[in-house]
Write a protein that binds this ligand. Structure first.
Ligand SMILES: C[S@@+](CC[C@H](N)C(=O)[O-])C[C@H]1O[C@@H](n2cnc3c(N)ncnc32)[C@H](O)[C@@H]1O
Ligand code: SF4
Length: 388
């Protein structure tokens, strides 16, 4: 990790705002999402504002918010004046840094130049669009309601309006070959994103894809093909000037997502909205917060005079739990994680040396870094490090 990132983490404060609605639900998606209908956005602003004030009373940060992430769901469905209202509330409770990164996740459907310009005026500085694929058959399989040409048009508009535009792609789809993915990713990179997230398709239990998978009607590529797909993703992005800074994330120099980096480096983040997770400091102790999952219940709880907030839980974390998270998230980053932190959970030197000799870890100037091979088996690597 660079010195600069370490220093900024100490004064970093993120806010994640969850918007749980989409025009339609994609069959692979396991996020807290619901169909966008009969939604009164003014009520949502009131609820977000009440929750921000509640968390403002619980926490005592002396530095302003440095990143806001409107995630979903599809926050590009939120009216720009509502987004502006949320940002104003954040500003009045914690203050908003002048150069705060304000990310908005978007779907290509329903975007127009006037809307994008209004979103920018409302304060969005980082526009992140779910493109997923540039192959019409694959988009249909993924349950997307836009074509590849629609996605290209929408992204080109966003590229024009925003100084910082990012796109998401999903690979390791059934029967996908390395050659076909190479061609598709090359097209995506030709759209000149500042940042590209490439996610391997994960089959989540309970989703439509999960059910098809269980019934034996859907399969994902074999592990060796997955490795080939991952390798080609890293090298094509690198050649296009977007080096990987995390397992699935690639960016032009200086364009890594500040919000993600802050969270992965252990900076606090405030979670607002149904099902939103947060990591906040209360009386010097890190706490994990989770919002009530169901949107209607969350909305009702924030407006309820007795409860007055939408948190389902707010639990203190032990030092060991904090350490585990630092290791788990820190190893996702190419800068790795500092070895100086002390914890009962800290891996022994013998364990570290063993994993270094296996080619999965590196000790770089007292930072533990997962190698390319280590990142391919990251979950197992972290589990191994944490076993006493
Ligand atoms: C909350 S969505 C934001 C984008 C927007 N809602 C859209 O889909 O157009 C975040 C991203 O997670 C990724 N994603 C969601 N479910 C996934 C899965 N099961 N496997 C891989 N990636 C997934 C997609 O790339 C998606 O763009
Ligand atoms: S991938 Fe995006 S659009 Fe599709 S259901 Fe998930 S959040 Fe909604």
């Amino acid at each position: 990790m660079s010195e600069g990132l370490d220093v900024s983490t100490k004064t970093a404060l993120g806010v994640y705002v969850h918007w749980p609605f989409c025009l339609s639900i994609c069959p692979y998606c396991d996020f807290n999402v619901h169909v966008f209908k009969n939604v009164n956005q003014d009520d949502w602003l009131k609820a977000y504002a009440a929750e921000i004030r509640h968390l403002g009373r619980l926490t005592d940060y002396a530095h302003p918010v440095t990143s806001v992430f409107f995630g979903g769901g599809t926050p590009s469905l939120v009216r720009p004046d509502i987004l502006e209202g949320v940002l104003n509330e954040l500003s009045s409770v914690w203050g908003l840094a002048a150069d705060a990164e304000i990310t908005l996740e978007a779907n290509p459907v329903g975007l127009s130049r006037p809307l994008l310009e209004d979103l920018k005026r409302a304060g969005v500085t980082r526009f992140s669009m779910g493109v997923q694929s540039l192959d019409d058959a694959a988009l249909k399989f993924l349950g997307r309601t836009h074509s590849a040409a629609d996605a290209v048009e929408a992204f080109s508009l966003a590229r024009d309006v925003f100084d910082y535009a990012s796109l998401d792609m999903i690979y390791a789809r059934p029967d996908q070959t390395v050659t076909a993915w190479q061609a598709e990713l090359t097209m995506a990179l030709a759209l000149t994103p500042d940042h590209l997230s490439a996610y391997q398709l994960t089959i989540e239990q309970g989703t439509n894809f999960g059910k098809l998978y269980q019934a034996g009607r859907l399969s994902v590529p074999e592990e060796d093909v997955q490795v080939g797909l991952y390798n080609v993703t890293t090298s094509l992005c690198y050649e296009a000037g977007l080096a990987a800074y995390e397992v699935s994330n690639h960016a032009r120099p200086g364009h890594a997502s500040r919000h993600n980096i802050q969270c992965w480096q252990g900076a606090p983040y405030i979670g607002i909205g149904p099902g939103a997770h947060g990591r906040v400091d209360i009386d010097g102790q890190r706490h994990a917060s989770i919002g009530i999952k169901k949107p209607a219940e969350w909305l009702a709880a924030t407006g309820d005079d007795t409860k007055g907030h939408g948190l389902a839980s707010l639990e203190p974390l032990s030092q060991e739990e904090v350490f585990e998270e630092r290791l788990m998230f820190g190893l996702r980053l190419v800068e790795g994680v500092s070895l100086s932190e002390k914890s009962e959970k800290a891996p022994t030197r013998d364990k570290i040396n063993f994993l270094i000799s296996a080619g999965l870890l590196e000790d770089r100037h007292d930072r533990l870094v997962a190698t390319h091979d280590g990142r391919l088996v990251l979950d197992r690597l972290v589990a191994e490090l944490l076993i006493a």
